[in-house]
Each structure stands twice: as structure tokens, then as C-alpha cells.
Design a protein around this ligand. Structure first.
Ligand code: BGC
Length: 436
């Protein structure tokens, strides 16, 4: 019974080569549609210049990626490399301490005051700094330093931020705390920050992507129709919907903060993969295929996380003893068969492999759009916990691209760009201060 169920799950989750190619073609079509009109991809312009790798100096970088914020003082060394001088990280939400700046009861002022209060602790001297702000949510970019939040993603709900110009909110908070010497000169998406960081040391970089808590990709468009020039476009590809969805995706979507939106992100990103697995596990429990006769805890929404799936996948012991210990420790489930533990590992593998397959399909779609005959070399810079830490993830993406494009794929490199979100903000700030 369990084996049959797992087989059915395999069929609904894993994509064939033809399906992946179809998704890539759909994605390419959505890109073209979105450049000149509406599509599931927002195709947002960024106005940012590509760095030359020679940019130098110290810049402040805010990396507002989700509930964790990191602020750094970054020194660009001018030879494609950089050094991080200072770092502070803090959480917008700590229910144990008793605060949540991501809740709808919180105001924009409270949120930005909290960020600036933390920023203040990093400043050792009263020097003027240009600041780059990586703000990883869909924004309508008015100019390099002005962007309006279209909508929150990643289940953040802070009131009074959607529809507002973000640099204005930040500047007002800086003034309230008398930090007149800090000058926000750039605001950008994290995917753009990754692409800028990759480009800083390698001019072939033309795609930047995040496979972490959220998911999104940007690329360098050779011909942006309004400016008729090359421009980095933040696609907000997490909202792409041209791929087959399973019943579990639909259930997750209905219970999410924003039903009907961010379908790709809900299938790919670290925030959601654990939740998909949780729905599958609960179904198997209800069907009497898992944990029969055992007391098990109520598996609350979002209590199964990407890191747990990674842990399941890492277990190479013959009887999956690590999973067994984890179940006893975390869910107080003392007795499981090796078959049940293998089922958990299979579920983790199905959900995360599909995530990698979908991400790869969108990269293939972008390559089809920018270079259909694979005449140039491309570097895809990627960051995020799924890409960096999920077992086999990066390898799966690479193999899919290889399988789709055989030897042409030698023109394409996939690179992990660690810390790109904040370094990219510093690079953006530097390019904004450059005179042409
Ligand atoms: C946001 C994107 C962001 C991505 C990765 C998504 O939820 O909409 O703007 O790039 O997460 O952080």
C-alpha cells in the first residue's frame, strides 16, 4: 500500500524531460509577454548599471530578505573582490522574546525604526556612508533609489508598507534617529544583488537567482522595450504559473496568506517545501500508512521545514537510524519501520527534486529567450539555502540543463554566490555614485 502510494506521488511530483522543456517554453513566452504587457511575470525594470569590477570604497548594505535582516559595512576592493568589515543580523520576529514586526498590527514606522535602531549599533564613527538596500519583495522601481512595494510576499503582513515608496520610509526613520550622514542611494531586489555580485568578478554573469526562503530570478535583458537598451529585469518569477500543480500545492495555496499568487515560489522555495511535505505526511497518516498505532504530535502548519527535509535526505545509514532518532526526539514517535522512514526520505526527495526541476526549467526558459542558439557564455549566479544546503539540489539543476542542452551546456556555468544579497547592495550603491 505504502509503496503504491509513493509511486503515485512520484508520478505527480517528478517532471519528465518533455514536461521540463514545455515549462521552459511557457516561461520564455511569459517573459516576452511580460516585457510588453501583462503576464504572470512582472518583468520589473531595475535601472541599475552593470559593475565593471573596478568599483571601490566602503558602503553600508541592508539586506532585508524576509524575517531576518542583515546590515553590513562592505568594502569593495576594486579587483572584483570585497571584504565585509562589520555585520549585524537580527530578526523581525521573535515570539519567545515577544515581538513580531511582520504582523499586521505593526506599522511601517515601527518596522523601519527597528531597522534603523539596529543599524545605529553597527556605526562606530559618524562618517558619511552611501547605503544600498536589498529589499527582496516585488517592487515597482521608479529609479535606482526609489521603489514602491507592490505586495508583501513570504507571509509578511506589516501594515502601511504595501503601496509605499520604501526609500522614503527608510529615510524618514534615519532622520528620526538623526542619522543624517547616511545616504540611501540604491534599492534593489536580492536577485539583482546576486547578479551584480556575480558580475563584479565575472562579466559573463547574466542571470541571478534566489532559491532560499523565497524564490525569484532576474536576468540581463538585451533589449528592454521602453529604454531600447540592455537592462537587468527582476522577473518576480515566483509568480509564474505555467506548470502542473499537485493537489498538495492547491491545498497549501488555499491556506496561504495570498491564495492564487506566487505559485512557482510555493512549489520551489524553502519556506514552502516543508509545508508541502507536511500535507503529504498528514495524508499518509490519515490513510493509516504512516505511524500506525503511535502517538504523534499534531503537525501544525509550517512545522515541517526545509532543514528537516535536508536532514531526512542526508541520512545514509543502512536502516535510516538518523531519521529514527529525529522522529523520537522531535515528534516523540518511538517505533517506525525502515519502510516508513524510507517513505519520509522519498517524500523529501520528491518535493525538493521537483523544486530543482522547476527552477532549472525557468533557467532554461531564460537561456532560450536571451540566446536561443547558445552563441555566448552565461553564468547563472544563485544563492539561498535550498541551492546551498539541500542535498543534491545544485547537482539536479546542473544535470537537467545538461540533459536538455547536451554539449551546448558547456557555455553555461552555475555559481553559488554567497552573501550576494548584501554585497550586491554595496555594488549597486557604488555604481549609482559613478559618473559616466
Ligand atoms: C519576492 C522576491 C524575492 C524572492 C527571493 C520573493 O518572495 O517576491 O522579490 O526576490 O522572494 O527572496
Amino acid at each position: 500500500m505504502l509503496a503504491r502510494k509513493l509511486n503515485d506521488l512520484k508520478k505527480s511530483f517528478l517532471l519528465s524531460k518533455t514536461e521540463i522543456l514545455d515549462i521552459a517554453k511557457n516561461f520564455k513566452m511569459e517573459m516576452s509577454k511580460g516585457l510588453t504587457g501583462t503576464s504572470s511575470l512582472k518583468m520589473l525594470r531595475t535601472f541599475l548599471k552593470t559593475p565593471l569590477g573596478k568599483e571601490k570604497g566602503q558602503y553600508l548594505a541592508i539586506d532585508f530578505g524576509g524575517t531576518n535582516i542583515r546590515i553590513q559595512l562592505v568594502e569593495l576592493l576594486g579587483n572584483g573582490s570585497f571584504q565585509t568589515k562589520e555585520t549585524i543580523s537580527f530578526r523581525l520576529k521573535d515570539l519567545e522574546v515577544g515581538y513580531d514586526l511582520t504582523a499586521e498590527q505593526t506599522t511601517a514606522t515601527e518596522l523601519f525604526d527597528f531597522i534603523v535602531t539596529n543599524l545605529k549599533t553597527l556605526l562606530k564613527e559618524k562618517k558619511p556612508y552611501a547605503l544600498g538596500h536589498t529589499f527582496s519583495f516585488p517592487c515597482h522601481q521608479i529609479s535606482v533609489d526609489r521603489a514602491v512595494l507592490l505586495k508583501w510576499t513570504k507571509e509578511i503582513k506589516t501594515a502601511g508598507v504595501e503601496g509605499r515608496e520604501i526609500t522614503d520610509l527608510l529615510e524618514k526613520a534615519l532622520v528620526r534617529q538623526q542619522l543624517y550622514q547616511i545616504n540611501p542611494v540604491a534599492i534593489l531586489n536580492d536577485t539583482t544583488a546576486i547578479l551584480l555580485t556575480a558580475s563584479y568578478s565575472d562579466l559573463r554573469a547574466d542571470i541571478g537567482s534566489i532559491c532560499g526562503t523565497g524564490h525569484n530570478t532576474c536576468y540581463r535583458e538585451p533589449y528592454e522595450p521602453l529604454t531600447r537598451k540592455p537592462m537587468i529585469i527582476n522577473m518576480e518569477s515566483g509568480n509564474f504559473n505555467g506548470f502542473p500543480r499537485t493537489i498538495y500545492d492547491m491545498v497549501l495555496d488555499q491556506a496561504s496568506e495570498k491564495p492564487g499568487q506566487q505559485f512557482l515560489e510555493k512549489a520551489v522555495s524553502g519556506h514552502y517545501v516543508g509545508e508541502i511535505a507536511r500535507h503529504i505526511i498528514l495524508e499518509l497518516v490519515e490513510q493509516g500508512l504512516l505511524f500506525r498505532g503511535q502517538n504523534y504530535p499534531e503537525l501544525l502548519p509550517y512545522s515541517v521545514q526545509a532543514q528537516h527535509l535536508a536532514h531526512f535526505l542526508q541520512d545514509q545509514t543502512p536502516e535510516l537510524q538518523n531519521i529514527s532518532q529525529w522522529l523520537a526526539r522531535t515528534w516523540q514517535i518511538q517505533y517506525t519501520s525502515a519502510e516508513e522512514r524510507a517513505a519520509l526520505q522519498t517524500i523529501a526527495s520528491l518535493v525538493t527534486t521537483r523544486s530543482a526541476q522547476l527552477a532549472a526549467a525557468t533557467y532554461a526558459g531564460i537561456l532560450l529567450h536571451i540566446d536561443p542558439h547558445f552563441q555566448s557564455e552565461h553564468v547563472i549566479g544563485v544563492d539561498g539555502s535550498m541551492f546551498e544546503k539541500m542535498p543534491a539540489y545544485m547537482d539536479t539543476i546542473h544535470k537537467i540543463l545538461q540533459n536538455l542542452y547536451q554539449d551546448k551546456i558547456n557555455h553555461v556555468r552555475l555559481r553559488l554566490i554567497k552573501d550576494g544579497s548584501s554585497v550586491g547592495a554595496a555594488i549597486a550603491a557604488a555604481t549609482c555614485l559613478e559618473t559616466d
